[in-house]
Design a protein around this ligand. Structure first.
Ligand code: ADP
Ligand code: MG
Length: 714
């Protein structure tokens, strides 16, 4: 390469095919392709899974029963034979200067080929005593190759592709050597590097693969993880601002008396959090660019009242509001709640005698008759329906809004991307309505910055006064379970009601129906624990009409107990229900359990939640303990993140080629915050990153349009 060429950018590295590395034969290149390693960039970003520190290795003679260790040795021989269960058993012997160790592998047929005689390997496992000598069963095996030095990297490898970790290490080394003359470009401003004492990118990419100390590798990781987070935040913040600049919204007239009249009618004072969030929303509504806000609030925090304030702000200025719920049951319930909270509110109407008319709220539900639906949709088109409540029917083709001003989407995680976008497009002319998304599934703040980085976030973090959290306990074993049913009977005797929820065991509804139907029969049948009580049954297979009828009966108190699948999970509000029993609770996730528990204790009576069943895995045990131990949705969200990792939070978005390879929303919280801050500073000073073309270019490369779509949609 000629001297004086500029340092290599990520785009340059992406343009160099791995085929151009010496030693990568056609066969290997094919294997690399299978691992989605096509360019030198891919290779350099194929980060080590971990490092092996040779000074921490044990010699075979020192091994002790049951102690986890690394051992390095040479393979002497390996062989395989079928077991009695007709599986393959691979046996191998390795040795070092001090002795020999036998390895056995069940069900890992590839190990025979992997452990060819003469190969240098590192094995990790705990030796056990078997017939007088130590051996390891199913240890983790890494091929060392001819690597020397104290540390070396272990790469994610692919059995199928048949490229092993030391081959990858060799390719990486070659790639790094080829980059050395020009060096690797560092597009992050030196002031930012200095502020966090980051090593340069060239150094970081070298030392993450070939550290000479563990500290070097962690410094490298810190730097490269920051780069990933910075790119994501720059993209999110830039897009958000672009949207704000380029879309015309409505500057709603705020401070009108309709909202005041509504608040004055409420039978309770607002919580401090409700007041704060309403103020945040009203500020957004007053501005000319469209609101794009997420309201996170624990179950029972009172999101509906806040949503109504947003909708009524639209209405008092002559616009319409729409509230979209994920299920028919919930839409129905929102409709009921709104009717009772709104009462006989009136809106100004110059065409009427007296200058006003009743506020008109319509439910657009698949379950309503065609005539009612037509009336509602005509009213929307004419502009004399003020607020529409419904499911995705609200965005069906052909539904016209005269002046849609504010859209509220409840329980947003159930909605697809397109729905959000379509609703946004329903504004008058080319104007985008204001959007409020509400979710009762809190996610930790730093995760929200990434997952919802394009939304402003409001947090409703206070329960109404006097609300007692449901006392939660875990009933394990038949005796404790019997106690649960006694509690249910006692609550019913006092005039209260109870839910019994059964898990979704299989995606196929048939099984769920059976489990919930059987539970119902068992409990309510002759001699059952709840025999003699009025016990209803609800699951995904009953018709909509029947579902509504059953919910209606429960709401009105004509049923004592409702046995159901999780159809009642979100948002169902029956204040007289005070006991929640969750069957087979170990099968539920933390967020789900917390949601379910939120269904009780919504009225004035103390409430309880019983988690029934054994935990079948350590994770299930941890989940149940977390739910018993805390009533705070945000704490639980943190616990959930700890237990499950961020994959689940990123959800759909991870299907894209995610740029977060090293960074973890869980471990790197402080860096998420730092990256967000830096991104905001940089974009404040330079909205299009004109003075940082290299950074802008690599964002485009790494996140691309498709990537960004994933990040921005939910
Ligand atoms: P969620 O946030 O779970 O959607 P809701 O909006 O359904 O909560 O409110 C739960 C219950 O609390 C409803 O019955 C509602 O009327 C009541 N509520 C809302 N705000 C308050 C408040 N400030 N004080 C007392 N009760 C309230
Ligand atoms: Mg709700």
């Amino acid at each position: 390469m000629p001297q004086g060429d500029p340092p290599l950018s990520l785009r340059d590295l992406d343009a160099i095919s791995v085929h151009r590395l010496r030693d990568v034969g056609r066969k290997r290149a094919g294997a690399l392709t299978e691992m989605e390693i096509n360019s030198v960039l891919d290779l350099l970003q194929h980060y080590p899974r971990r490092y092996i520190d040779r000074t921490k290795q044990a010699c075979i003679a020192d091994l002790a029963h049951g102690e986890e260790v690394f051992v390095e040795g040479t393979v002497e021989r390996s062989s395989s034979r079928p077991t009695r269960q007709r599986r393959k058993l691979v046996e191998a012997v390795i040795s070092d200067d001090t002795g020999r160790l036998k390895l056995t592998f069940f069900n890992q047929p590839w190990q025979e080929e992997n452990l060819r005689a003469g190969r240098q390997v590192v094995v990790f496992g705990s030796p056990t005593l078997y017939r007088g000598s130590l051996q390891m069963t199913n240890p983790v095996v890494d091929l060392v190759g001819d690597r020397t030095g104290r540390f070396f990297a272990v790469y994610p490898q692919s059995e199928k592709a048949n490229v092993n970790t030391w081959q990858i290490a060799r390719f990486v080394e070659q790639a790094l050597n080829r980059c050395r003359p020009r060096g690797i470009l560092d597009p992050v401003p030196p002031s930012v590097l200095a502020r966090f004492s980051f090593v340069g990118r060239h150094t970081a990419l070298n030392t993450i693969h070939r550290p000479s100390t563990m500290r070097e590798s962690s410094e490298a990781r810190r730097r490269l993880a920051f780069d990933e987070l910075l790119r994501v935040q720059l993209e999110l913040v830039r897009r958000k601002r672009q949207l704000e600049r380029n879309t015309a919204g409505l500057a709603h007239a705020v401070g009108g008396e309709l909202v005041d009249r509504f608040l004055a009618r409420l039978p309770f004072p607002l919580t401090g959090a409700q007041q704060r969030v309403i103020a945040e929303i009203v500020d957004d509504l007053a501005m000319a660019h469209p609101m794009h806000r997420l309201m996170q609030g624990d179950v029972g925090a009172g999101k509906t009242v806040v949503a109504l304030c947003a909708l009524l702000t639209a209405v008092q200025g002559g616009f319409q509001g729409a509230l979209m719920a994920p299920t028919e049951v919930l839409a129905e319930q929102h409709h009921q709640t709104m009717l009772s909270l709104l009462g006989d509110l009136t809106v100004p109407d110059d065409s009427r005698l007296g200058g006003e008319r009743p506020l008109r709220v319509e439910l657009l539900s698949g379950s309503r008759g065609a005539a009612q639906r037509r009336r509602a949709s005509e009213g929307l088109a004419a502009g004399d329906v003020d607020i529409a409540v419904g499911t995705h029917a609200l965005i069906s083709e052909g539904l016209q809004y005269r002046r849609l001003g504010v859209v509220v989407i409840d329980e947003q995680h159930r909605f697809g991307v397109e729905q959000r976008a379509v609703l946004r497009d329903r504004g008058p002319g080319s104007v985008t309505p204001d959007l409020l998304v509400m979710t009762a599934t809190p996610i930790p703040r730093t995760a929200a910055m990434t997952v919802y980085g394009d939304l402003d976030v409001s947090v409703l973090d206070e329960l109404p006064a006097g609300r007692l959290p449901a006392a939660t306990s875990w009933a394990r074993g038949p005796l404790e379970e019997a106690q649960v049913w006694a509690e249910v009977r006692a609550a019913v005797a006092e005039g209260r009601q109870a839910y019994v929820v059964c898990p979704v065991i299989d995606e196929s509804d048939v099984l769920d129906v059976r489990s919930v139907t059987e539970t119902h029969a068992l409990l309510a049948g002759d001699g059952g624990e709840l025999a003699g009580l009025r016990v209803g049954l609800l699951h995904g297979r009953v018709s909509l009409a029947e579902k509504e009828a059953t919910m209606g009966l429960f709401r009105s108190g004509a049923l004592d107990v409702l046995v159901s699948t999780t159809v009642i999970e979100v948002g169902v509000d029956v204040p007289n229900a005070t006991v929640m029993v969750v069957m087979d609770a170990g099968r539920f996730g933390i967020a789900q359990l917390h949601q379910l528990r939120g269904r009780v204790g919504r009225g004035l009576h103390g409430s309880s939640c019983f988690l029934v069943g054994e935990a079948t895995t350590p994770e299930a045990e941890a989940r149940l303990n977390a739910v018993v131990g805390s009533n705070d949705g945000f704490d639980l969200a943190e616990a959930d993140l700890e237990l499950r990792g961020e994959g689940t939070i990123m959800g759909e978005r991870q299907k894209g080629r995610n740029d977060l390879r090293l960074a973890s929303l869980r471990r790197d919280k402080e860096w998420v915050v730092a990256a967000r801050e830096v991104a905001i500073e940089m974009l404040d000073a330079d909205p299009d990153l004109r003075s940082h073309p290299a950074l802008a270019d690599e964002i485009e490369l790494m996140l691309g349009d498709r990537e960004a779509e994933f990040l921005l949609k939910s």
